[in-house]
Design a protein around this ligand. Structure first.
Ligand code: ZN
Length: 70
């Protein structure tokens, strides 16, 4: 799956609705990243790290971010 153009400089993409954060290096269709971007209920992080997402209350996506958390 291609990385969304508007997030080409970010790895971590948060969903404000579910408070889940996705790893754009590993997302699959089930992550529904295009739908998330269309909803505009997404968040980016600075620094662009899983730890920062967690500090802001996000949980790692079980599909794409699992490897990064193992
Ligand atoms: Zn995901």
């Amino acid at each position: 799956m291609a990385r969304p153009v508007r997030f080409e400089h970010n790895r971590w993409l948060g969903d404000k609705r579910s408070m889940v954060v996705h790893d754009l290096d590993a997302t699959d269709d089930a992550c529904a990243v295009p739908e998330l971007l269309a909803s505009e209920q997404f968040a980016s992080f600075g620094p662009d790290q899983l730890a920062e997402a967690r500090n802001r209350g996000y949980h790692a996506c079980r599909r794409c971010a699992r490897a990064a958390t193992a």
